[in-house]
Ligand binder design. Structure first.
Ligand SMILES: Nc1ncnc2c1ncn2[C@@H]1O[C@H](COP(=O)(O)OP(=O)(O)OP(=O)(O)O)[C@@H](O)[C@H]1O
Ligand SMILES: [Mg+2]
Length: 600
């Protein structure tokens, strides 16, 4: 979490977003001020009226003039208020959108390690409700806070002009209000931060249980999930009540104390008029001004609350924006030139540990040395948890090594521009994520300008012909908002996605685990044909996959303990035999392209 910042420091941080709309915001401010000044002018007309026309022997024509003045002022005030809205609403939405897009872009740039640490709901609430709060504050809260404060100051000055004795009585009330204000600020800031954080956690809880709804249902855990959720929701409710109570107490003080002072001022006023030290008109103007000022004074409490909430929202926004990515493009001019298209993949003395790993534990990767020859298919084998997936993620720089280097085409991956690297390397992960869009878009994700033939070829290599028999063929919407696919179907689309990108280096994390052996063999065969000169590193969980590779690397205790052909390792390596024996040839979720074809 970011260090504590003051209110003004926090607000100052959105300045770059606000600068383009500063002109309109200022116009809005002046309109709002105009409305207030006009409202404050009405009591001045009243004073003239009371002291003039209403006085014995006054001129009745003055009455009409005064009435016309009041009417005119009223219309002017309404006009100013309409202007303020006009000036401010649009620009504030621009700021909101600008900040939201910047936030999203930053989320895309942040490394996977960041996303490991942050709950999705926290990011969701920061990108939606916090920015919404900031917008509302900019369009209304900020402006009105300034206007109300200024109106109060001008009003009090006018009250002094009417009668300094009465104004002093009124002003005395400011002292306790200011003291309350400071206390309020401290406690409200804490509780408002708590409530916004809790709302984020709650969003995470909703997200997770919606994602995991099948598991929750299947294990009959719905009611436990509900209970834990309602506890969390209850906690948020309690925080909200504390928040509302804090605000209410302050608002009460801000309203009540000035009213008390006014009561006192009334007594003093009547006595001074009786003494002849003050005109009736002055007392009327004083109280009429006080009535106008009462509105802004009462609004100060809620506006302060809104401002503090917006500060919290800004802080929460920048908690994320301040996170920096260490996985960056090389500095301009320092890029390494890869040996063009060599296709070699090298791991040299690679160490890796996850940032949140417990102290004292061994690095997940503890000095990996491996050379995958250009065009070669290398299988990676190791017991579960040995770090196979971790090793693969280092290639497209989803994480960076803690020590040592990964080289693609002979160049350290950190020396290649990220886009170039990620175009060169394609990956299919263990958990196949598909997006809510068409089959076509999902498959061509890594190569949006590929042709129809490339799509067909990728689907063919991955034996994903089923896509053509979906309701709308390759344009069928899949993913969360569309059709649900089987595990094996998803896996084959993810594989097609990796292939369609036409990579020089293909990294596959057990992409065939849900396929039956025959389909797997066909995929492998086609892969060899189409990607003959593609260097492939493939995690294998099944002997059948291993047999299709040129060579096999054995990952053991964070190192590559042996490299060789399947037969060599089988003959000479006990650990390899042990790992292989523990791998089954029967996938858990059998998925056969043959059956689909038979059914189609
Ligand atoms: N995001 C992460 N943060 C912290 N630790 C992790 C993370 N992902 C994996 N690990 C740890 O790193 C180790 C290696 O995990 P990895 O996923 O690389 O294993 P694997 O060889 O792919 O296993 P499997 O065969 O089951 O897929 C494990 O001990 C795991 O707990
Ligand atoms: Mg794995």
């Amino acid at each position: 979490m970011a260090a504590q910042t003051t209110l003004f420091e926090s607000i100052g941080r959105i300045q770059p977003h606000v600068r383009p709309i500063l002109g309109r915001l200022t116009l809005g401010l002046f309109s709002a001020l105009g409305a207030s000044v006009v409202a404050l002018a009405v009591p001045q007309v009243l004073r003239e009226l009371v002291n003039g026309a209403l006085h014995r022997g006054g001129d009745p024509a003055q009455l009409w003039a005064a009435a016309a003045a009041v009417l005119g002022l009223g219309m002017l005030e309404a006009g100013f208020i309409a202007l303020r809205r006009q000036f401010v609403i649009n620009p504030a939405t621009t700021v909101e959108t600008g900040m939201r897009v910047a936030f999203y872009r930053h989320l895309q740039d942040l490394p996977v390690a960041f996303h490991d640490r942050w709950g999705s709901g926290q990011l969701l609430s920061r990108s939606m409700s916090d920015l919404n709060l900031i917008r509302r504050w900019l369009a209304f809260g900020a402006l009105m806070l300034v206007v109300c404060a200024l109106t109060t100051v001008i009003g009090v000055a006018l009250m002094f002009a009417s009668s300094w004795q009465l104004a002093l009585v009124f002003l005395a009330a400011a002292i306790p209000v200011v003291i309350f204000g400071f206390r309020f600020r401290t406690s409200y800031r804490v509780v408002s931060r708590l409530s916004q954080d809790q709302a984020g956690d709650l969003a995470t809880a909703v997200e997770e249980s919606v994602q995991g709804i099948r598991v929750l249902k299947a294990f009959g855990r719905g009611s436990e999930a509900l209970e834990s959720f309602s506890n969390q929701a209850e906690e948020l409710r309690r925080t909200e009540i504390v928040k509302a109570r804090t605000l209410a107490t302050f608002a009460l003080a801000v309203t009540l104390i000035p009213e008390l002072a006014l009561g006192l001022a009334l007594v003093v006023g009547v006595l001074t008029v009786a003494d002849g030290q003050l005109t009736v008109g002055a007392v009327v103007a004083f109280f009429a001004t006080a009535a106008v000022v009462a509105g802004p004074v009462e609004a100060l409490g809620p506006l302060m609350g809104m401002t503090l909430t917006a500060k919290t929202a800004i802080d929460r926004h920048f908690d994320v924006m301040d996170e920096t990515s260490t996985i960056l493009d090389p500095p301009p001019g320092r890029e390494l030139i890869p040996e063009t298209g060599s296709g070699a993949l090298d791991f040299r003395g690679v160490h890796f540990r996850y940032p949140d790993a417990h102290a004292g534990t061994r690095d997940v990767l503890n000095g990996v040395d491996l050379h995958v020859r250009p065009g070669e298919t290398m299988a990676l084998v190791g017991v579960t948890g040995s770090g196979k997936s971790t090793l693969l993620q280092l290639v497209p720089r989803l994480y960076d090594t803690t020590a040592g280097e990964v080289a693609v085409d002979g160049a350290d991956v950190r020396g290649l521009p990220l886009e170039a690297l990620r175009t060169r390397v394609a990956v299919a992960f263990e958990d196949t994520t598909l997006f809510s869009s068409s089959v076509r878009d999902n498959v061509l994700l890594g190569a949006p300008d590929q042709t129809e033939e490339a799509l067909d070829e990728a689907l063919d290599v991955a034996q994903a012909h089923f896509a053509y028999s979906l309701p709308d063929g390759v344009d069928t919407l899949i993913g969360e908002a569309g059709l649900s696919l089987s595990g094996g179907q998803r896996q084959r689309l993810a594989l097609a996605r990796a292939i369609a990108a036409r990579p020089g280096v293909l990294v596959l994390d057990d992409p065939l685990s849900a396929l039956d052996v025959n389909t797997e063999e066909r995929v492998e065969e086609r892969l060899r044909e189409v990607l003959a000169d593609t260097t492939t590193l493939i995690v294998a969980h099944r002997p059948s996959t291993v047999q299709l590779a040129d060579r096999v690397a054995l990952l053991e205790e964070g190192r590559i303990s042996a490299v060789g052909t399947h037969e060599e390792l089988l003959a000479g390596n006990a650990h390899y035999r042990y790992v292989l024996a523990s791998l089954t040839d029967e996938p858990e979720d059998l998925d056969s392209a043959d059956e689909e074809e038979a059914l189609a």
